[in-house]
Design a protein around this ligand. Structure first.
Ligand code: NAD
Length: 490
């Protein structure tokens, strides 16, 4: 049987794969090999119009009347279909992104759980009622926001698609989702599975295309009610501008430069392998990658040396090999960008303790890299590198650790390693970030709100709060008095 990656993919509009109006298709490249992967249609403005129209039509049709219990059944059905097709989905994702298949399998499992989590929340969609006084009664209705445009990046295409789709569909919205043009395959397959399990046509539409053209057109579209965007802070700013006329509701999940604080009283046996995972998972191409290690001075030299020795043992290579822990980067141009940052760090005085050599060849590989003696004002400590590169900076005491942790424009995630639980909770209040991990490296679970402070964005994903972001609250007022309400006494 031919693997699905060798297929040709159309756009997914109104319940089926379809040709793009302008006929544009693009050959996708496998980042780990430089070989051709699949041919995919790219959406233009006319296709986005068609997708938005289909999404609007779905709201006016049976989907708009689907009761919560049925939406819950459909979400569980989609989760089951993903499990049944997990081998194909995992391989598609690993080959498209260059990511280790062991990581992709974990992300797929989380994506499945995410659909199940939102399927279980549907009973929580409820308004409230209370008497205002006299004969006046108020109650509120929760209604889907409407047609939602969703834009996802290339680093977690499958998981981000589930993060975006699940709460929107649970709330009863219809969706036009634009994946990154380099990694649209898993989103297209999930849409096909959604149709197979019974989501009505038009509820899920997928329009791969470039950001400044297809994405921008979707954000500006007059018949789209809300935009949920995950991507860089720079593009997030542009999305805010584009979504201002006509005004749209917004969720922005943006970049990060997250710190990993290691105190001298921490348990090194836990802190070292977890800190290695927290930066090198997905080859460092994670928004919440703990890319700045801040280490208390007495532990600093030993920590840097043991950390580098541990990271050296990571198995980097073929994404499809089940033993691989770190795959390739997304492209050779991104690899060159990462290397330019490492060179900039070297020029500013950072010491390269591990990695840092640019690899040639067709595969976009870059070695796990450690930059030590980094002053937190350097570019490598302030800007999002988005690759397997960690900076290490010493600190003298808790106060200085918090100051350095907060001294970046981002605020997505922070991890604190300490043997003193009270210190962990103290820092959880002082660090400005959407998620704080105390003695554990993980960041994202279905049910736990995930999102940013500061320039890392606003809105939350994965939590009950997210469902609220896809609902409007409508207040209904009425008089319980049998007499007509007549405030002017006319
Ligand atoms: P990007 O901003 O370049 O692109 C993200 C998406 O936006 C892509 O689909 C792209 O095609 C689209 N896009 C680009 N310009 C657009 C425009 N003008 N109008 C509409 N759409 C446009 O980001 P990227 O480099 O693909 O992704 C990496 C970034 O995403 C990093 O900064 C990372 O931290 C961030 N990220 C954040 C989270 C989070 O949850 N906070 C999760 C994953 C990634």
């Amino acid at each position: 049987m031919a693997v699905a990656a060798e297929r040709e993919y159309g756009l997914f509009i109104n319940g089926e794969l379809t040709e793009p109006a302008a006929g544009e298709t693009r050959e996708l490249t496998e980042p780990a090999t430089g070989e051709q992967l699949a041919r995919v249609a790219m959406a233009g403005d006319a296709d986005v119009d068609r997708a938005v129209e289909a999404a609007r039509g779905a709201l006016a049709g049976p989907w708009g009347k689907t009761p919560p219990s049925e939406r819950s059944r459909l979400l569980h059905g989609l989760a089951d279909a993903m499990v049944a097709n997990r081998k194909e989905l995992a391989e598609l994702e690993a080959r498209s992104v260059g990511k280790a298949i062991s990581s992709v399998k974990a992300e797929l499992a989380q994506g499945v759980e995410n659909f199940r989590f939102y399927a279980s929340t549907l009973g929580s969609i409820a308004g409230r009622s209370n008497p205002i006084g006299g004969s006046l009664l108020f109650y509120s209705l929760k209604e889907p926001v409407g047609v939602v445009g969703q834009i996802v990046p290339w680093n977690y295409p499958l998981m981000m698609t589930t993060w975006k789709l699940a709460p929107a569909l649970a709330a009863g919205c219809s969706v036009v989702l634009k994946p990154d043009p380099a990694t649209p395959l898993s989103a297209l397959r999930i849409a096909e599975l959604a149709a197979e399990v019974g989501f009505p046509p038009g509820v899920v539409n997928i329009v791969p295309g470039d950001g400044p053209t297809t994405g921008s057109y979707l954000v500006r579209h007059a018949d789209v009610d809300k935009i949920a965007f995950t991507g860089s802070t720079e593009t997030g700013g542009e999305i805010m501008r584009l979504a201002s006329s006509p005004i749209k509701r917004l969720i922005l999940e943006l970049g990060g430069k997250s710190p990993n604080l290691v105190f001298a009283d921490s348990n090194m046996a836990d802190a070292i392998p977890s800190s290695v995972w927290a930066i090198y998972y997905a080859a460092g191409q994670s928004c919440e990658a703990r890319s700045r290690m801040l280490v208390e001075r007495p532990l600093y030299d030993e920590f840097v040396s043991v950390f580098a020795d541990t990271a050296r043992r990571l198995k980097v290579g073929d994404p499809l090999d089940p033993e691989t822990q770190v795959g390739s980067l997304i492209s050779t141009s991104h690899r060159d960008r990462v290397h330019a940052y490492v060179e900039a760090g070297r020029e500013e005085g950072a010491e390269i303790v591990l990695g840092g050599e640019s690899a040639d060849g067709k595969g976009a590989f870059y070695p796990p890299t450690v930059l030590a003696n980094v002053n937190h004002g350097m570019r490598v400590a302030q800007e999002e590198i988005f690759g397997p590169v960690v900076t290490v900076t010493p600190f003298e005491d808790e106060k200085e650790a918090v100051r350095i942790a907060n001294d970046v424009k981002y605020g997505l995630m922070a991890t604190v390693w300490t043997g003193d639980p009270a210190r962990g909770h103290r820092l959880a209040r002082q660090i400005k970030a959407g998620t704080i991990g105390i003695n554990m490296p993980y960041s994202a679970f279905p049910g736990v709100p995930f999102g940013g402070y500061k320039q890392s964005g606003f809105g939350r994903e994965l939590g009950l709060e997210t469902l609220e972001l896809y609902l409007e609250t409508k207040s209904v007022l009425f008089s319980t008095s049998p007499r007509p309400f007549n405030p002017f006494g006319l």
